[in-house]
Design a binder for this molecule. Structure first.
Ligand code: GTP
Ligand code: MG
Length: 137
């Protein structure tokens, strides 16, 4: 068993998709370890996505991720990181497989509904960015 970290991004919250997406996550066998609604500051988003800071879309990405609240969560399942990336689908919803969260709920590559950690190491870093030990169950 291991863990991944997710955010339901501002577009998911704005469109009322929190419940539907959490239901898909639970039905896929993930256990919720931590969860909260929160809003990232510009400094938070710049730090969280620092790996992308030289990319042309960085400014847009920070603007998007800070424009409203998100739902942050730590999820537990065997093979969590890889299985969650499969559940969410490709970064660009146009390329995402049928039945994936991004295929169902993402509008575009720039507004793609959910985040999923890309490695066990990043899952731990990203989870700790949003939650203290006392918020992990
Ligand atoms: P995350 O789970 O959010 O990390 O997405 P990912 O791992 O599928 O993609 P990646 O880490 O490469 O990119 C991070 C985020 O940057 C994406 O989820 C998008 O929100 C955004 N992004 C990536 N490419 C583009 C792009 O070409 N244009 C815009 N506007 N945003 C992009
Ligand atoms: Mg990524």
């Amino acid at each position: 068993t291991n863990r991944t970290f997710t955010m339901l991004k501002p577009d998911s919250v704005e469109k009322g998709h929190i419940g539907a997406i959490l239901q898909m996550i639970n039905k896929a066998g993930f256990r919720i370890v931590s969860i909260k609604m929160t809003q990232m500051t510009t400094a938070d988003a710049e730090a969280f996505y620092a790996v992308h800071k030289e990319r042309p879309f960085f400014g847009e990405l920070v603007e998007y991720m800070t424009r409203g609240p998100i739902v942050a969560a730590i999820l537990e399942k065997e093979n969590a990181v890889e299985d969650f990336r499969t559940l969410i689908g490709a970064t660009n919803p146009a390329d995402a497989a049928e039945g994936t969260i991004r295929k169902l709920y993402a509008a575009s590559i720039g507004e793609n509904a959910v985040h999923g950690s890309d490695s066990d190491e990043n899952a731990a870093i990203e989870g700790a960015f949003h939650f203290s030990g006392r918020e992990m169950f």
